[in-house]
Design a protein around this ligand. Sequence first.
Ligand SMILES: [Zn+2]
Length: 433
Amino acid sequence: MIAAVSQSFVLRAHLLWWNDDPFFAGQSAQISVPDGAMAVGADGRIAWVGEAANLPNDYTAWPEVDRRGTVVLPGFIDAHLHFPQSAIIGAYGTDLLHWLDTYTFPEESRFGDQAHAASIAAIFADTLLRYGVTSACVFSTIHPVALEELAAAFHSRGMGLLSGKTAMDRNAIPTLHDTAQSAYDDAKVLLEALEPQYDRFGYVVTPRFAITSTEAQLDVCGSLHAEFPHTRMQTHINESAREIATVAQLFPNDASYLDVYDRFGLVTDRSLFAHGIHTTEAEMARMAEAGAAVVHCPTSNTFLGSGLFNPGANRAAGVNIGIGCDIGGGTHFSPFVTMQEAYKVARFHDQSLTAAETYYWHTLGNARAMKTNREAGSLAAGKWADFIVLSDPDDDPIAALRLAHAETVEQRLFAYQFFAPQIQTWTRGIQRT
Ligand SMILES: [Zn+2]
């Protein structure tokens, strides 16, 4: 797919977005404009948004894209998933470590091949667009060429990408091991090549997790993160019992799993920690103090039997929360499925997530976790015109019965988590699906 040239237009629809976390800020966090208009410039950015009746004269001559009768939200953002695991979703197994050894590492070792990486990157990006995801924070593999192909695939579709070369120098399989030095050198070359080339790409320092990196490698990752202060850092933490026990064996002098990362300068306000299911109160307090984010991956956690993430405990501690599908431990690319599973997981803690809370996580909440909220996550003037046009599912009589009970837009969005709507996806002001 080649990036088309954008044209300015005015979108007419029911516009809805969040400008703060509705769990803390309440109803005022939600902006709902039933008879809305959004002016999108030829630069692919939102020029103006508000009531259609108040459209400024500057934009009244722009062509109209009429989507009245639909609900338009900001494009979804996914804060944690693995592009090289697209082919192993739903692979039969036992727990995390078994699943990594049996399926993940052999599959990821194929991504040094440029043609293979390019082919999967295209399928991966197209699939995200099909489900309304317009930007993401993604794991690649150790191979520089895999990241290059992923960045090109996202750019050609107008999508935002945060990613980095995965660093792992032990405890995988030999074909998937780099070294501390090559992890540093490759990351620096990729960062300096890709960021100037692609305006929506940001480099993420990416030690896979503490088990697969030596202290020397975690040390160079911390150095990179400090040397390039705009970089994000992503890794995994506190996902499964066996993983946590292994980390304790490998790092006997650290008081906790988070302390391992903290010792190497990897706990910052630009850090994203996937899972965080079994995080202790002390670890949560430290994450909150640093401004780090935890990324909840509910379909992965139930598929692998890793445990049940507790949103309330993380909120009470002041930890920023993001959400992701964690393909291929996760079982579906669709944010609707991820939000549905998050709702179910929270019920095990006697918590009930509203539609506003889960959709916020998948839009502005993830943008805040990824520090892309100046560019994405809501329908505010100046941001990229990344948005999704939602309408009721077609040819589904049960969905129609259920949606007949939806009297408000919030009730409709809540039901869409269980009866996925039809989706049109736009990035940079261009319709992609
Ligand atoms: Zn993951």
